[in-house]
Design a protein around this ligand. Structure first.
Ligand code: S3P
Length: 178
């Protein structure tokens, strides 16, 4: 449906890339975490604490289903755990072109080490947690993605340029097919 979708681990830059891409491509941006927080009138941390992760995961799938009916030609950034569900990967594919912002564990650690808003990274050894979860999730992100963008050591400008090239290429293909 012509949307641009950003997936990847917590701290891989989805939210920032989404906002900047929104300005550049002049398309609205939606973030699934923010949509869920708005609907639930509480933060992700509160949702996890009160109702648990499984409840939150169902909200993510419901959010994607809603977007299938409403989002077209938008930028959509999604929570780091969303692409793990097979059903969600199919919905992402239906929604548009999926970009995986692939980052190394160390890069992610540097960005999220002082953040208390991500329940899955609290307590214990955060770098080890990140590394373990990243190894587990990377295959799912790859499976969900049309394009993998390696972000380590790149400026936002470079990342945006790469994404824009792929978006333009897809649009050229669509217009010659149509
Ligand atoms: C999660 C990532 C978070 C948020 C929730 C769970 C995850 O989103 O959805 O805390 O399982 O990786 P961000 O990737 O935007 O931090």
């Amino acid at each position: 449906m012509g949307n641009v979708i950003l997936i990847g681990f917590m701290g891989s830059g989805k939210t920032t890339v989404g906002l900047r891409l929104s300005y550049r491509l002049r398309r609205p941006v939606i973030d699934t975490d923010k949509e869920i927080e708005r609907e639930e009138q509480r933060t992700i941390s509160d949702i996890f604490a009160a109702d648990g992760e499984a409840y939150f995961r169902d909200k993510e799938t419901a959010c994607l289903r809603k977007l299938i009916g409403s989002a077209n030609h938008q930028i959509i950034s999604v929570g780091g755990g969303l692409p793990i569900r097979e059903e969600n990967r199919a919905l992402l594919h239906e929604l548009g072109q999926v970009f995986y912002l692939q980052a190394k564990g160390e890069t992610i650690y540097e960005r999220v080490k002082d953040d208390t808003t991500r329940p899955l990274l609290q307590g214990g050894d955060p770098l080890a947690k990140i590394q373990a979860l990243l190894n587990e999730r990377d295959p799912y992100y790859q499976a969900a993605a049309d394009v993998v963008i390696a972000v380590d050591g790149k400026s936002f400008e470079q990342i945006l340029n790469e994404i824009e090239e792929h978006v333009n290429e897809r649009e050229r293909n669509v217009s010659t097919e149509g």
